[in-house]
Design a protein around this ligand. Structure first.
Ligand code: NDP
Length: 275
């Protein structure tokens, strides 16, 4: 539905070709007869400051933020949530009391799925990757209650930085494993992939055996079944992809924009048509 009073929402990032947010949010607006439109707003990194200042003066009521702007947006906001500060990234921007505020709903989205899965908190979890998404995942596994957390990343220093921050902010010890040694961990554990390995549908971040793996979670959602998840399936290990995390983060953005959580099933149905 588009009318003279239609309210604009949108996604800023660059490039945006891969995103399904446009489709899932607009499908939900239509289903709930909300007079709003969600648009893609590609902003090249060089134009970011000028564009974002301009956006603040336009009748836009809320934004999602994706790569590569999730960190930079923080400097342009009046306030961000405690968890966004810890993670160092914002993916949802909303207007409240005439102030532009920021939230990180990747954290809440991932956490929601952990609660649904009811994964065993007493097992250690091994997180592959230390990029932007990993930061939200690390704080979510802590919030969920995992007591033992291992982190491994190709660039060791990035993992080290996350571990140092977590120690400082939460007084929790994360054990770092060098990337080349990740397969040596032989305790029973939950494996979580936050790297982009597998996006191509060919590569896998895990070549070790699956005997000691209790569950595999790959936060990639396209392809729906990454090579890592196919391997889990072949080895009879239960697994999950990143689609529900993505849908929950979208639903939680609605909570900031409209004061209620977005319709999960409607958005998921729309996403499944596309993937
Ligand atoms: P980043 O670019 O910030 O991080 C990429 C990560 O992948 C880094 O840890 C990087 O290691 C690692 N990596 C990339 N290529 C290789 C390689 N060839 N070998 C070893 N490690 C590699 O991306 P994000 O963290 O934002 O996103 C990561 C993934 O998570 C993406 O696939 C994205 O689709 C998915 N995602 C899913 C979401 C969902 O809602 N389901 C939400 C957000 C992201 P290094 O530090 O060494 O470069």
């Amino acid at each position: 539905m588009v009318s003279p009073s239609t309210k604009l929402y949108g996604l800023i990032g660059y490039p945006l070709g891969h995103s399904i947010s446009f489709y899932i949010h607009n499908a939900a607006f239509r289903a709930l007869s909300i007079d709003a439109l969600y648009i893609n707003i590609p902003i090249e990194p060089e134009s970011f400051s000028k564009a974002i200042l301009g956006i603040k003066y336009l009748p836009i009521y809320g934004l999602n933020v994706t790569i590569p702007h999730k960190e930079r947006i923080i400097d342009f906001l009046d306030e961000i949530s405690v968890i966004s500060k810890l993670i160092g990234a914002v993916n949802t921007v909303y207007l409240e009391e005439n102030k532009w505020k920021g939230e990180n709903t990747d954290f809440g989205g991932f956490l929601e799925t952990l609660k649904e899965l009811k994964l065993d908190k007493d097992l250690p979890c091994l997180i592959l990757g230390a990029g932007g998404a990993a930061r939200a995942v690390v704080y979510a596994v802590i919030e969920y209650g995992f007591k033992e957390i291992y982190l491994t990343n190709r660039t060791y220093g990035r993992a080290e930085r996350i571990a140092e921050e977590v120690k400082k902010n939460k007084n929790i010890e994360i054990k770092i494993i060098p990337w080349q040694e990740r397969h040596k961990v032989d305790e029973k554990l939950i494996l979580i992939n936050t790297t982009s390995i597998g996006l191509d549908g060919k590569s896998t971040p895990w070549n070790g055996n699956f005997k000691s793996i209790a569950f595999v979670y790959d936060i990639i959602y396209n392809p729906k079944e990454t090579p890592l998840l196919s391997l889990a399936k072949e080895n009879n290990v239960p697994f999950k992809n990143g689609l529900d995390m993505l849908i929950y983060q979208a639903c939680l953005s609605w909570n900031k924009w409209f004061g209620f959580i977005g319709p999960f099933e409607i958005m998921k149905r729309e996403a499944e048509k596309l993937l």
